[in-house]
Design a protein. Structure first.
Length: 148
């Protein structure tokens, strides 16, 4: 629940930063790139948490199987979701690991504004992948043990 609350609170600074771009551009005539870059950063973290929350709540796009009364059908669906999601997350983590590590170690900056926070967007990708892999593995493990 805390993760959802945190993610929902990220919408407030995101909206403020996106709105602030217009007055900054028109009246101040400066800092629009910084506002946009910070909004991108917040949006990346928000999306990483939102995809995980949607998957956890069963509202994310997923494999739909006709509802049956059998327990094996529900387990089959969970195993198939695990088979689709978890190998993909591990492949993505493996293929992006070097790029993310270089970005973090170099404190990669946004190209236009030179703010040293671009690496957080790349960390958000790994966060999302890790949360998804953990969620689907826990679901499959519970199904394997016969727990709801």
């Amino acid at each position: 629940m805390r993760l959802r609350t945190l993610a929902s609170l990220l919408v407030i600074p995101l909206a403020i930063l996106l709105f602030a771009q217009w007055p900054l551009r028109e009246w101040v005539q400066a800092y629009t790139r910084q506002a946009n870059d910070m909004a991108q950063l917040i949006f990346a973290v928000y999306v990483a948490l939102a995809v995980y929350a949607a998957s956890r709540n069963g509202t994310h796009i997923s494999l739909e199987v006709k509802k049956t009364t059998g327990e094996s059908q529900a387990s089959w669906r969970i195993y198939l979701q695990w088979l689709c999601v978890v190998p993909w997350t591990f492949w993505m983590m493996w293929s992006w690991y070097g790029d993310v590590l270089r970005s973090v170690l170099g404190l990669e900056r946004f190209p236009d504004s030179n703010l040293p926070a671009y690496f957080i967007i790349k960390i958000s990708l790994l966060l999302m992948l890790l949360l998804l892999a953990t969620h689907y593995t826990r679901r499959a493990w519970r199904a394997l043990r016969g727990q709801p």
